[in-house]
Design a protein around this ligand. Structure first.
Ligand code: ZN
Length: 188
């Protein structure tokens, strides 16, 4: 599969950027994250939760398309995901996938998260909570492809803007929850 940056088509007559049926939006991260800066803490929690869930469901469709092209090979899926993230300006993604049951875990370090950078650029300062919810959502979708039929738990363990001084890296973790279900009982 060609890299996402090579697949993206710039349909300037329509004012659209697309990868086949999936349309993309280019946006400055400080414009997006400046909206979050303007909310109070409770509203921020709601916004971040909603964005993570939207990324998991809507963004997960892109990951499912990548998975189909790499034949559901997990190493290649991680590689395709990191490559697409870089092409979309979502930072440099480095995965560590420990597959040893029962301690299966997928760790992700994101260097230069645009969400953390956008938060700082919009004047957010030190955040009381992690702000890279879109990455959490995509990681949840990815984990569901790696561990089909199992609920997953995802969290941002360390966000670059949630401490002082700010760090250039954010750390995330996904784990499967509960035992593998028999194929007949898997969710569609
Ligand atoms: Zn972060």
């Amino acid at each position: 599969m060609a890299a996402l940056r090579e697949r993206l088509s710039w349909e300037t007559a329509e004012g659209a950027v697309a990868d086949g049926p999936r349309r993309y939006l280019l946006m400055r991260p400080d414009v997006l994250m400046g909206a979050l800066v303007r909310l109070d803490e409770a509203a921020r929690r709601s916004w971040l939760g909603a964005v993570a869930e939207s990324a998991r469901v809507q963004g997960g469709e892109s990951l499912a398309a990548y998975a189909a092209t790499v034949g559901h090979d997990s190493a290649r899926l991680l590689e395709a995901t990191a490559s697409a993230a870089a092409d979309l300006g979502w930072g440099r993604w480095v995965f560590t996938h420990a597959q040893q049951a029962p301690d299966e875990v997928l760790q992700l370090e994101v260097h230069g998260s645009p969400f953390a950078a956008g938060w700082l650029a919009a004047g957010g300062g030190t955040s009381a909570q992690p702000v890279c919810a879109p990455v959490c959502g995509m990681l949840a979708a990815l984990a569901s492809l790696l561990w089909p039929g199992r609920p997953v738990q995802v969290r941002e363990q360390r966000c670059g803007v949630a401490g002082q001084p700010p760090a250039a890296t954010c750390a995330f973790e996904a784990r499967p929850q509960g035992p593998l279900q028999p194929p007949g009982q898997r969710r569609p």
